[in-house]
Write a protein of this length. Structure first.
Length: 443
């Protein structure tokens, strides 16, 4: 293979344009095309550095919020004055500045109140980076009418996804001093290019980015999806409980697999019978359930990865410890002919011995997440930050809906530092040990 062929094959494998910078010399004749290519060189270098060294996703802000009712959506209650013009004014930045003049005007004139589309959301200011390395900046609030933004052929749905996409538009027209020799007329040219964004709304679930390396491979996910909105009624305002922002991708090179749910309440106190049911001591369908955000390799669910330790309590001498025997019940990793390449999004681990629990005991559950590998052979990010991984309902946990118990245990932090819930394990570093516990009482 020649040197040229080798260079071409590497270019095809690595999704990056050829990088050529302008070489100046005395007496050189430069045109607009040369300076444009010099801009492109520096922009491509910045984008390459951004996506390969840092990654892509939502950096900050870009929250999707409900929009309150318009003043004419419904009359105020009896005896209540309508809001003043100053109170109701909400200056927003338009996602499409060229369409700002059309904002708020219905097609064909005024629309009857009972048919007016009120399903609107607001995207807050923020910064994101798309998978090409383009920085997407939203400087002010942007109110989106979901019905207008949704393509007409996708309007037969009540679930939509909303996102933003990098865009450019020419601005500031000016007349050239000299005519272009190849041009027919001396029309004005735009002197600047404004980097902006475009809002995308779809009724089809966007594909997930399953690439293990987002630097070298081609990018097919140009839209930064911010939220999924369920049960949309086009003639009613969107409620906060309908907006789910956990579909957004946090900024980074890789999207780590994390623990998203467990079937016991961390730090809770169970009776001995409830603990036995939870551990599957006498129930083949019982056991501790751990759920992941994506599939993990079943061949990494090996003995020793999960460990149950009992720390004895009570009124007498305590602090003695013993280990409770257990095994994976789901998936069945010990059956003959089990597929080692199979992935699972949760496992169930149950007690296989007959040791008994006593009043005052503490059951310590350890999952060595560094030994659990995802489809990219990267370890699960398992740090149990604040003990706030949510409880999932499996029928074995009788306190799944005990919100008061969870609130008391968690304190005032209802959302993770990103501001997007629900909580999961992980700090972004990967690996580590997931630890949790619950207490046992006699009755």
């Amino acid at each position: 293979m020649t040197e040229t062929e080798t260079s071409r094959s590497r270019t095809e494998e690595f999704d990056a344009p050829p990088l050529r910078r302008l070489r100046y010399f005395h007496g050189q004749m430069l045109g607009a095309r040369d300076f444009q290519r010099e801009q492109d060189y520096h922009r491509e270098k910045l984008k390459l550095r951004m996506r390969c060294l840092l990654g892509y996703g939502v950096v900050c802000g870009l929250h999707v919020e409900p929009v309150r009712r318009d003043r004419d959506d419904c009359p105020p209650p009896d005896g209540e004055e309508p809001p003043s013009a100053e109170e109701s004014a909400q200056p927003e930045e338009s996602a499409h500045p060229e369409e700002s003049a059309e904002e708020g005007r219905e097609e064909g004139g005024a629309e009857p109140l009972h048919t007016r589309h009120r399903a609107k959301v607001r995207i807050t200011p923020g910064l994101g980076v798309d998978c090409h390395g383009n920085e997407v900046v939203v400087r002010g609030g942007c109110v989106i009418d979901l019905w207008k933004a949704l393509p007409p052929h996708e309007r037969d749905t009540d679930t939509v996804w909303i996102g933003i996409e990098y865009a450019e538009r020419p601005v500031e027209p000016t007349r050239a001093v000299y005519n272009d020799g190849c041009a027919d007329t001396s029309d004005c040219e735009f002197g600047w290019t404004e980097e902006c964004y475009r809002v995308r709304v779809t009724g089809c679930e966007p594909p997930a980015d399953d690439r293990c390396d987002t630097c070298c491979s081609a990018c097919e996910h140009k839209v930064l999806w911010l939220a999924r909105i369920d049960c949309v009624d086009w003639h009613e305002p969107v409620g906060r409980d309908q907006i789910h922002m956990n579909v957004r991708r946090p900024f980074g090179r890789h999207l780590p697999t994390v623990i998203t749910g467990i079937n016991w309440i961390h730090g809770h106190t169970y009776t001995i019978d409830e603990a036995k049911e939870l551990l599957g001591t006498q129930d083949q369908d019982g056991g501790l359930v751990v759920r992941f955000s994506a599939g993990v390799r079943t061949d990494t669910l090996r003995p020793g990865v999960v460990e149950i330790q009992v720390i004895e309590g009570g009124s007498g001498r305590n602090a003695s410890t013993w280990y409770m025997g257990g095994a994976f019940a789901e998936p069945d990793t010990e059956s003959e002919g089990a597929d080692c390449d199979e992935f699972t999004e949760q496992f169930r681990y149950r007690q296989t011995t007959r040791e008994s629990l006593q009043d005052g005991d503490r059951v310590l559950i350890t999952v060595r997440a560094a030994f659990l590998l995802d489809h990219c052979c990267r370890p699960v990010d398992g740090t149990h930050v604040g003990g706030r991984v949510p409880t999932i309902g499996t029928g074995t946990d009788t306190h799944t809906d005990d919100g008061a118990a969870r609130s008391a245990a968690h304190g005032g932090c209802d959302l993770p530092p990103s501001g997007i819930g629900p909580w999961t394990s992980g700090t972004g570093a990967g690996g580590d040990v997931f630890e949790s516990w619950f207490f046992v009482k006699e009755r």
